[in-house]
Design a protein around this ligand. Structure first.
Ligand SMILES: O=P(O)(O)OC[C@H]1O[C@H](OP(=O)(O)OP(=O)(O)O)[C@H](O)[C@@H]1O
Ligand code: HPA
Length: 195
């Protein structure tokens, strides 16, 4: 490897681990079990699971691996944080769902609901596309920072893995400046990384 390449270990940039990889996966399995129960009534159509890229990619993968229903899987991409730690309040759908959600029960899968801007925008968008219900399954919920109080569509449910403290967290899909998504655990960065 060339000497100019950055080659430090990303774990060295973490100040505190909030949830270990084991705690995360255990909670993901619990959420999947709840979804299995809630969507398994006879005659009801299986949901479309839509991950919000990029942050939800690991959570979505682990979640659907533990869902035992014949779900379909898709992604949507929304951006509002750019390269910083503050939402610009105007989420933009930069990559649409491929599957037709008309008349379907949709489960939106998020890594985090923070101000609520992204999820609120997506619920309205899926409603405009004719979804029957929209549930939200987020690994982290940061209610202390909520600005938009969103309403789920139809008989949609809200699933949340952990309540997140009011800190900017990274890992398990969550990034700072596109990095740290590949950590298996969730933690807080050392201040010198983002200051
Ligand atoms: O509730 P909010 O304040 O809207 O914040 C939550 C959103 O912010 C992050 O996405 P980001 O726009 O950073 O894109 P990313 O998923 O590619 O990291 C995160 O993945 C959520 O989608
Ligand atoms: O705490 C966070 N970390 C990473 N991305 C985020 N997007 C909203 N909140 C966060």
């Amino acid at each position: 490897m060339g000497s100019q390449m950055e080659s430090h270990c990303i774990d060295d940039d973490i100040l505190t681990v909030i949830w270990t990889a084991e705690q995360v996966i255990q909670r993901v399995c619990e959420l999947a079990s709840q979804i299995n129960k809630d969507f398994s009534s006879p005659g009801s159509s299986s949901p479309v699971v839509v991950g919000v890229a990029t942050g939800a990619f690991l959570f979505l993968a682990d979640l659907v691996r533990n869902i035992k229903l014949p779900v379909t899987v898709d992604f949507v991409r929304v951006e509002s944080y750019g390269s910083g730690t503050v939402s610009n309040g105007a989420p933009k759908i930069s990559c649409d769902v491929k599957l037709d959600v008309f008349g379907k029960h949709v489960i939106l899968v998020e890594d985090i609901v923070d101000t609520g801007n992204t999820i609120s925008h997506l619920i309205s968008y899926l409603e405009s596309k004719g979804a029957t219900s929209v549930s939200v399954c987020t690994l982290l919920d940061k209610p202390s920072r909520r600005k938009v109080h969103f309403k789920l569509l139809g008989d949609g449910k809200f699933y949340s893995g952990f309540e997140c403290p009011d800190s900017f967290v990274v890992g398990y899909g969550l990034d700072f400046n596109e990095r740290y998504r590949n950590l298996g655990y969730i933690g807080v960065l050392k201040p010198e990384i983002y200051e």
